[in-house]
Design a protein around this ligand. Structure first.
Ligand SMILES: Cc1ncc(COP(=O)(O)O)c(C=O)c1O
Length: 396
């Protein structure tokens, strides 16, 4: 059996999404910017896809959704553009983010720091979420931008995004959120929350890889990311990825439609898995379930390296993760575990399971079985784990 429980890294393309994309490879393959019919016959599908994206996040017609190649690009673009317009050529010099952002935010912030920008990396509590008071304390009159994720990729914890947005408004500070792990898992309404910029990526919600987007609230301007043929209103030139955009639109529409019903099923499966894991002595999960996206659980298995667990599970055909996919080739401890204050030995034991609407109960049962086997095998040979009855409790 093969079980894919690494859906926060990427997801299977929904067959309905694939079917929607196929005509745009060999049938309607024209360049949308060409004047002939090969170009123009792509337009109706592009319009439908853009409508699906606007509807999916409840953007208004006057807002912009600009297609990018991935969320890493969207995150880079916002941060570097605000640097150009508000910091390098303006009066501000401060950006606030959190210590648990995806590397595509953290690394850009560190780069901007090297250019002289003051960056506040807000710490998180033991649930892996920032404290609102810390944000209030950090904001000052030189703050140009707050960039805080909607939901965390490792823990699945949902951030108090509406409160953050309100504080930004009070202080007249722009607010960007990395919405990658929220879309398709919880309702995302950019108008209700009042975000200024939001990044997202199709391959995280059963769309294709290589296509993402940046929501930009009406009236806000970014410097063009790519100069060239003036596609995307001159903001991001480059021939449009027609199959990708069609696929992202379709994936968004399905994700939103399936949200409540499939979300509840995914939650049930995740809870079953988590409950079974926590019955194993000395295992912990991070963050309160009610404030987590329904598909994710980050566990820590005392005395067992996350990588060893990963390889045992992999031998049984099970895919999980010890950190975000981009960072998973180095054997450092999970940075989010470190940020929540886990001791170094626990931070090395992190293991993330992320399910999807394609996950089944049979798969969960199979993972529970092999999880228990792997823990038993690895603890038996672990020099750092000695089981005593008083270890026998779960919960963080
Ligand atoms: C929270 C978050 N932001 C950004 C990204 C980067 O997305 P992409 O692969 O589209 O560049 C990821 C991918 O893991 C993510 O989880």
């Amino acid at each position: 059996m093969r079980v894919y429980f690494d859906n926060n890294a990427t997801t299977i393309v929904d067959p309905k999404v694939r079917d929607a994309m196929i005509p745009f490879f060999c049938e309607y393959y024209g360049n949308p910017n060409s004047l002939h019919q090969f170009g123009s016959e792509t337009h109706p599908a592009l319009r439908v896809a853009m409508d699906q994206l606007y509807a999916g996040i409840n953007a208004s017609d006057e807002d912009d959704i600009i297609i990018t190649s991935c969320a890493t690009e969207s995150n880079n673009w916002v941060l570097k553009s605000i640097y150009e317009t508000h910091i390098k050529n303006g009066e501000k010099n401060h950006i606030i983010t959190s210590a648990v952002e995806h590397p595509s935010v953290i690394a850009v912030c560190k780069y901007l720091e090297s250019l002289g920008v003051e960056v506040s990396f807000l710490p998180v509590n033991s649930d892996g979420v920032i404290e609102i008071d810390a944000l209030k304390d950090a904001i000052h009159d030189k703050t140009a931008l707050v960039s805080i994720m909607w939901a965390n990729n490792e823990t699945g914890m949902i951030f108090p995004i509406k409160e953050i947005s309100d504080i930004c408004k009070e202080h007249n500070v722009l607010f960007h959120t990395d919405g990658v792990q929220a879309i398709g898992k919880i309702p995302v309404d950019v108008q209700d929350v009042g975000v200024d910029f939001m990044s997202f990526s199709a391959h995280k919600f059963h769309g294709p890889k290589g296509v993402g987007a940046l929501f930009v609230k009406k009236g806000l301007e970014l410097i063009p990311l790519l100069h060239g043929g003036d596609q995307m209103g001159g903001k991001r030139s480059g021939t449009l990825n027609v199959p990708g955009i069609v696929g992202m639109g379709e994936a968004m529409e399905i994700a939103v439609k399936e949200l409540t019903c499939e979300g509840n099923l995914v939650r049930k499966l995740r809870d079953k898995l988590e409950d079974a894991i926590l019955k194993t002595p000395d295992t912990f999960s991070v963050g309160d379930r009610e404030h987590r996206v329904p598909n994710t659980v980050l566990v820590s298995v005392k005395g067992v390296e996350g990588e060893s667990m990963l390889w045992d599970l992999n031998r049984a055909g099970i895919a999980a993760s010890t950190g975000s996919a981009c960072a998973s080739e180095d054997l450092e401890s999970n940075p989010v575990m470190e940020a929540i204050g886990a001791e170094a030995d626990l931070a090395h034991t992190a293991l993330r399971f992320s399910l999807s609407r394609f996950s089944t109960e049979e798969e969960v049962d199979y993972v529970i079985l092999h999880f228990k086997k792997a823990v038993e095998r690895l603890r038996a040979i672990s020099s750092s784990y000695a089981y005593t009855p008083k270890n026998h409790k779960s919960g963080l």
